[in-house]
Design a protein around this ligand. Structure first.
Ligand SMILES: [Zn+2]
Length: 426
């Protein structure tokens, strides 16, 4: 692959706070030169005038479903969906079948992702064998095979002693523990946020305390024994306040929020559309506003989609029986630009940071920068492009989107991984 010269893009780089028109020369998968005006004889030239170029977006919370549930998603289809959504890397959760709790499964994911030559896939290993919350998974051998973090995501680590040992083990390897915070004894059979809406609909409520109590427990464990904690899909204003409190005490904690929790509330569930059934659930407006404030004051480090593909037949059942989750890879960018940036809540540069540098730091992986020497993982956005979210056009094998028919101005149009174009819709 010869040199590639990207011309006249408006480059946004959160790490250096750069917002200006630049040319970028890519050679051997890396950014070799970055300047207001470059010439390079022999290089293939791509003119990006009028478009925005950002560090490659990283989604640190994705369910690729392979191995085991390939009707919902495969590594190939999930990578294609990621690339089309502007993402150049994803972290793949461990709740596959079999669970990614040992070397063999990690290797299968790594090998298949390499074969696709698409976006980067960072496997996340399980905390516990089979996600059963009883015995620790084979963390040493999974780290050797390539996992960048551990998580029982989809399930909480209810056993505090196991959580403590997981933090110790992860700390020895210098990787974070990603946590799905849910005290099952408080949450019970809850399927929507416990409040006015659950009472009106007469469906079991999921109290906010079920999330916040576990956040409190884990923050205190990390303060006392060390390690790195990353809180997944934070949904409550009180949870954000707990994170602020812990940071002030020097605790190493990062956290993420999802596009759906940042743009929807439990009122949306009133129509009992199963595509809006989430775990953790959509919360009231005061929590949604609290999350947006936490993006701005930097309490939240990353936006991650929790891309959770489900077969249409599984979602086409009564609300209480349907599986939790929405897909998100192909909708995150337009939804967030439309609802957070165009509404004036969050700057575009901050949004880009939450989708690139923030997750790179929280996961401890490369990327997140447009800088000389950095891998040429890059995303191009067209802020003028108008479109409607149409599930029938998704690369994902699933259709369970929380945002059907949403209009948005501002879409990803190109994704490059290591200088290779993996998506181009200019
Ligand atoms: Zn989860």
């Amino acid at each position: 692959m010869g040199p590639l010269l990207l011309k006249r893009a408006r480059v946004l780089d959160p790490a250096s706070q750069l917002d200006g028109v630049r040319d970028i020369l890519i050679e051997q998968g890396r950014i070799q030169r970055l300047a207001p005006e470059l010439d390079a004889t022999g290089a293939r030239v791509v003119d990006l005038e009028g478009l925005v170029l950002t560090p490659g977006l990283i989604d640190m919370h994705v369910h690729l479903r392979e191995p085991g549930q390939e009707a919902k998603e495969t590594i190939a289809s999930g990578c294609a969906a990621a690339a089309a959504g502007g993402f150049t890397a994803v972290a793949a959760m461990a709740n596959t079948d079999p669970v990614n709790d040992c070397r063999a499964v990690t290797e299968l994911i790594v090998n298949e992702a390499q074969r696709q030559r698409s976006v980067r896939v960072y496997p996340v290993g399980a905390v516990s064998e089979g996600l059963r919350g009883e015995r620790l998974a084979a963390i040493d051998e999974m780290v050797a095979a390539g996992v960048v973090a551990i998580s029982d995501d989809g399930r909480p680590v209810m056993n505090g002693s196991l959580m403590r040992r997981a933090l110790e083990q992860a700390s020895r390897h210098g990787i974070p523990v990603l946590v799905h915070e849910q005290d099952e004894t408080i949450v019970g059979e809850g399927v929507v946020h416990e409040g006015e809406v659950s009472a009106r609909l007469h469906i079991p409520g999921w109290p906010a305390a079920g999330e916040d109590a576990m956040i409190g427990r884990d923050l205190m464990l990390v303060e006392d024994i060390g390690g790195r904690l990353h809180i997944q899909h934070l949904t409550t204003a009180r949870g954000a306040a707990l994170v602020r409190w812990a940071r002030a005490r020097g605790v190493r904690v990062t956290c993420e929020a999802t596009p759906h929790h940042l743009t929807l509330t439990d009122e949306a569930v009133a129509g009992l559309n199963t595509d809006l059934k989430m775990n953790p659930p959509l919360r009231p407006e005061r929590d949604r506003r609290g999350l947006v404030e936490a993006l701005i004051d930097r309490t939240i480090d990353a936006i991650a989609t929790d891309h959770a593909p489900h077969h249409p037949n599984e979602k086409a059942v009564e609300f209480c029986c349907a599986p939790f989750g929405t897909i998100g890879l192909e909708t995150a960018v337009p939804v967030l630009i439309e609802r957070l940036v165009r509404s004036g809540s969050v700057s575009l540069l901050r949004l880009v940071e939450l989708l690139s540098l923030g997750p790179a730091r929280a996961l401890g992986v490369a990327g997140g920068r447009v800088a000389i020497g950095a891998p040429a993982d890059l995303t191009v956005l067209d802020l003028e492009r108008e479109g409607t979210i149409d599930a029938e056009r998704f690369r994902s094998l699933s259709r369970n989107t929380a945002f059907p028919g949403w209009r948005a101005v501002g879409w990803p149009v190109m994704s490059l991984v290591g200088g290779r174009v993996v998506y181009d819709a200019r």
